[in-house]
Design a protein around this ligand. Structure first.
Ligand code: BTN
Length: 330
């Protein structure tokens, strides 16, 4: 389970610098058995991955901030369950990586998980990009096989939202809320998002990819690329949460929620979702293309549909998943 795509030398340099202290080129060269000039070249190459390394003459090299790299052994250890896990340093998109495997008919174990330090083409819902700088956040995709067809997807992403809120609460005491259909919020700002993608039959075997992006410590350089209010765990907790610990906690929580979802779908889980509803009883606008529906946000039903109540007549209508966005009405 090696880290892929970034040369071993660059990874060793990152590990040596990960504490955030200065390390001289000479010391790095000695440790890695290469010249100072070679170290300088590798350090320069790190900028292609969006990693900024300061160089100060007489002191050496230093990362802008300390960095805890992903460590597959640590994740498996903390998770305490059995999983097949791949850790990549750089990848286009962890979701796309699993999709490629599915499309080339590779056999994938149920629960197989892919995490990466950085995504070059991370994607979000509704055709948006998911900003994925190196070492800053969690980018995770997990594979599940289903025998019940593509209809399951919208309900599944609601269940995954519950798994994320429970992992954050149970392991780190961090309270979050859910915004239908796929967002995890803290005080109204987006902390994490879920992108479920699928390939297969509408009523038979299908392959599901659960993608989770969770903000840990947003670098200032990329924060301006995000076009909605966001928050990261660094701001919420006032410190840096170890990504390996968080991934371990997420995998554990996903297992619990998935075993409930596989048997009962949202029959019970929808009640949990409703206790976490960020917009409970708020007036919202639900936009789908150019179509906007207004109403009071009641919560979800057992099928995962959002219930909107007309404030004059009290009549409730259902909104089903898809390319829909929900905002608080102004
Ligand atoms: C959203 O728009 O809220 C969903 C964001 C999902 C991002 C994650 S990061 C891991 C996985 N790989 C991707 O390319 N996207 C998902």
């Amino acid at each position: 389970m090696a880290i892929k795509d970034l040369s071993n030398t660059k990874i060793s340099i990152l590990k040596a610098l990960s504490t955030g202290n200065f390390v001289s080129g000479e010391k790095l060269g000695e440790e890695l058995g290469i010249s100072r000039a070679a170290i300088a070249k590798h350090v320069k190459g790190l900028s292609a991955f969006g990693i900024d390394v300061f160089s100060v003459s007489g002191k050496g090299y230093k990362l802008a901030e300390s960095l805890s790299l992903l460590d597959s052994d640590k994740i498996v250890d903390l998770y305490k369950g059995k999983t097949s896990l791949e850790v990549h340093s750089v990848i286009d998109s962890t979701n796309q990586y699993l999709m490629d495997k599915i499309r080339s008919n590779e056999t994938i174990t149920d629960g197989h998980t892919v995490v990466a330090e950085c995504q070059l083409k991370g994607r979000g819902r509704r055709g948006r990009a998911w900003v994925s700088p190196f070492g800053s956040h969690v980018y995770l995709s997990r594979y599940y096989k289903s025998y019940e067809g593509l209809g399951e997807i919208s309900g599944l992403s609601l269940a995954i939202g519950i798994a994320i809120t429970q992992a954050l609460n149970d392991s780190f005491g961090i309270q979050t809320q859910l915004k239908w259909p796929n967002d995890i919020l803290h005080n109204g700002k987006k902390l994490a998002g879920v992108l479920v993608e699928a390939e297969g039959q509408s009523d038979g075997i299908c392959h599901l990819i659960v993608g989770i992006g969770l903000n840990i410590n947003m670098p200032r350089e990329v924060s301006s690329l995000i076009d909605q209010p966001w928050v990261d765990l660094a701001e919420i907790s006032g410190g840096i949460i170890d990504r390996n610990e968080l991934i371990g906690a997420l995998l554990h929580s996903l297992d619990l929620v998935m075993s409930e979802f596989t048997v009962n779908k949202l029959q019970h889980l929808h009640k949990t979702w409703n206790t976490l509803n960020a917009f409970k009883d708020c007036m919202v606008d639900v936009t789908s293309g150019t179509n906007v529906k207004k109403g009071k946000c009641i919560g979800i039903d057992e099928s995962g549909a959002l219930l909107l109540e007309d404030s004059h007549t009290g009549v409730r209508t259902k909104v089903f998943g898809g390319e829909v966005s929900v905002r608080k009405a102004k």
